[in-house]
Design a protein around this ligand. Structure first.
Ligand SMILES: Cc1ncc(COP(=O)(O)O)c(C=O)c1O
Length: 392
């Protein structure tokens, strides 16, 4: 049947959030705008990794296609990184370079999911994860989770178990976590993995913040667990670890059967990740150890400063605070918009909580790494009175 002038059903799931109204409000006050709604960093990456440092004289065919699999030097550098960080040696044939973790998740979902399949998405979640799943015609099943971890009697296994249907094919897990800043403990991950094994689910493990954890030992990666290694597909990215979000470089690895299919599907997505930035990524992986250490310390200070200023628990990792703004809203408010508007009037942009899950309409997200420390301090000075004064 002809479709013109309509678009496909699942394209409707790709709504993009527009901040322009809030931005216009902030601009109307003619003041500096603090963009704490963007999940990024104010830090420049190590010089050798920067785009302007990649030279045709050093890399013949710099602007040609790269191999679909990825540049061999980049795969080697990633394997060396994983050995250092996780103490595991990956088989290079089972590593695929991706145009960032977003494209990685998209390719993997395309490989795994049929129309109507369900993916358990513990919420709140990284906003794009829901859209990536939905644009494949699959159903992201939102399970309030990370904000409930400290509730007495919270049973991680039972809440996920209740969400299982005969269409459930995968469980997405992210730790350290966007947006709550939580690092899942071993017992919670055990509980989640029991559900995955019991129901033969794929485990999609998002390692975006694997280097951003505060005042604790490096968290153990989920994909390393021997009992789920045959079903775990891991996503890594240079966006957070090395401050290279615009480079669009990430990695996916998993068991043999699925990696062949992933490589095949990758051919039809972006074919390969940006070749010049793959060379930059090699340098980040080789030289970025000190950069990671420094960032971890700066981000920890920023995260703690933000939490203390706003009177909420300090983050355990990641780059966000996720805040319940319901006491700053009239009882009749349907979502956090009035509060976001007050913040915008004060010059600070935050993310609506609903972008991280339908159950979080009255929450807001703040990124504490998107602006330098002095700007963060100024933004917090504007925000603190708004957060600390409940609506009468
Ligand atoms: C949990 C999580 N996964 C993946 C990504 C996206 O990574 P990339 O920039 O590599 O697409 C983000 C970005 O904010 C994220 O928070």
């Amino acid at each position: 049947m002809p479709r013109f002038p309509n678009v496909s059903e699942h394209a409707h799931s790709a709504s993009h959030r527009v901040y322009s109204n809030l931005e216009q409000r902030a601009l109307a006050e003619k003041q500096h705008i603090y963009r704490l709604h963007v999940g990024d960093t104010y830090r420049d990456p190590v010089p050798a990794a920067q785009a302007e440092r990649q030279l045709s004289s050093e890399h013949p065919g710099l602007h040609n296609y790269a191999p679909v699999h990825g540049e061999p030097s980049l795969i080697d550098a990633f394997i060396a990184y994983v050995e250092g960080r996780h103490g595991e040696t990956l088989n290079p044939d089972l590593v695929q370079v991706m145009s960032g973790a977003t494209a990685g998740l998209s390719v993997v979902c395309q490989v795994l999911l049929e129309l109507g399949d369900e993916v358990l998405l513990p919420s709140p979640f990284w906003p794009l994860s829901r859209g990536v799943i939905a644009t494949k015609g699959a159903v992201p099943v939102q399970v309030p989770f990370y904000t409930r971890l400290d509730e007495p009697g919270f049973d991680a296994e039972a809440v996920l178990e209740r969400a299982i249907t005969d269409r459930t094919v995968a469980l997405y897990i992210n730790t350290p976590h966007n947006p709550t800043g939580r690092v899942l403990c071993g017992a919670t991950i055990d509980a989640m993995m029991r559900v995955a094994k019991r129901h033969d689910l794929w485990v999609l493990t998002d390692e975006a913040y694997e280097e951003i954890y505060f005042d604790r030992e490096p968290p153990d990666a989920v994909w390393k667990r021997a009992d789920i290694r045959d079903r775990a597909i891991a996503f890594h990215t240079l966006s957070k670890t090395y401050g290279l979000a615009g480079a669009r470089i990430g990695f996916t690895h998993g068991p043999e059967g699925v990696m062949n299919a992933i490589r095949g599907m990758q051919t039809f997505h972006t074919y390969c990740a940006s070749r010049p930035m793959q060379f930059g990524a090699v340098e980040a992986l080789r030289q970025g150890g000190a950069w990671i250490e420094e960032s971890r310390s700066l981000y920890r200070d920023a995260g703690y400063q933000a939490a203390d200023a706003l009177g909420v628990p300090r983050p355990e990792g990641g780059t966000f605070l996720y805040l319940d703004a319901s006491s700053q809203l009239d009882p009749g408010a349907v979502d956090c918009t009035p509060f976001l508007e007050r913040c915008a009037d004060a010059g600070v942009l935050l993310t609506p909580g609903r972008s991280c899950g339908d159950d979080y309409a009255k929450w807001v997200r703040l990124c504490f790494t998107s602006v330098p420390p002095a700007q963060l301090a100024a933004a917090l000075q504007k925000l603190a009175p708004l957060f600390r004064t409940p609506i009468a």
